[in-house]
Design a protein around this ligand. Structure first.
Ligand SMILES: [Zn+2]
Length: 131
């Protein structure tokens, strides 16, 4: 399936359950993150990239340190941590991300925002029971 076909499917309003493969979700996630970055810019914020892809070895290390989940969506290329700034000030809190997180959740039925589990700069696409 081409990205154009995927986009057409994505945009078709239907209640039918669409099952995307992991590979299709990974590319959908890239496109949705591009939209998020543009929206953040439109609202007058700045971003720097935090963690996106996380090697499984790193996920395992984080899990041992109590800093993350061994089965992380980062290891499936379905999560991105974004560092948010306004007027040069680094906004570290989940509350600062909330308007963007709520916007993100509206973009696709699979979009999940980490602010729902005290991880405000984490933007992801649901896969199985992972978020
Ligand atoms: Zn994350």
């Amino acid at each position: 399936m081409t990205l154009r076909e995927l986009s057409s499917r994505e945009n078709r309003h239907t209640s039918e359950h669409r099952v995307l493969t992991l590979r299709q979700k990974q590319s959908l996630f890239v496109r949705l993150i591009a939209r998020l970055i543009i929206e953040v810019d439109r609202r007058g914020y700045e971003l720097t990239f935090g963690e996106c892809w996380r090697p499984p070895e790193t996920a395992a290390l984080y899990a041992r340190q109590g800093r993350g989940n061994k089965r992380s969506l980062h290891s499936l290329r379905l999560a991105f941590d974004l560092n948010l700034f306004k007027n040069g000030v680094y906004l570290r809190t989940t509350a600062a991300h909330q308007p963007l997180g709520e916007w993100w959740e509206q973009q696709h039925e699979l979009c999940r925002w980490g602010g729902r589990f005290a991880d405000g700069n984490h933007y992801s696409l649901k896969h199985g029971n992972m978020k």
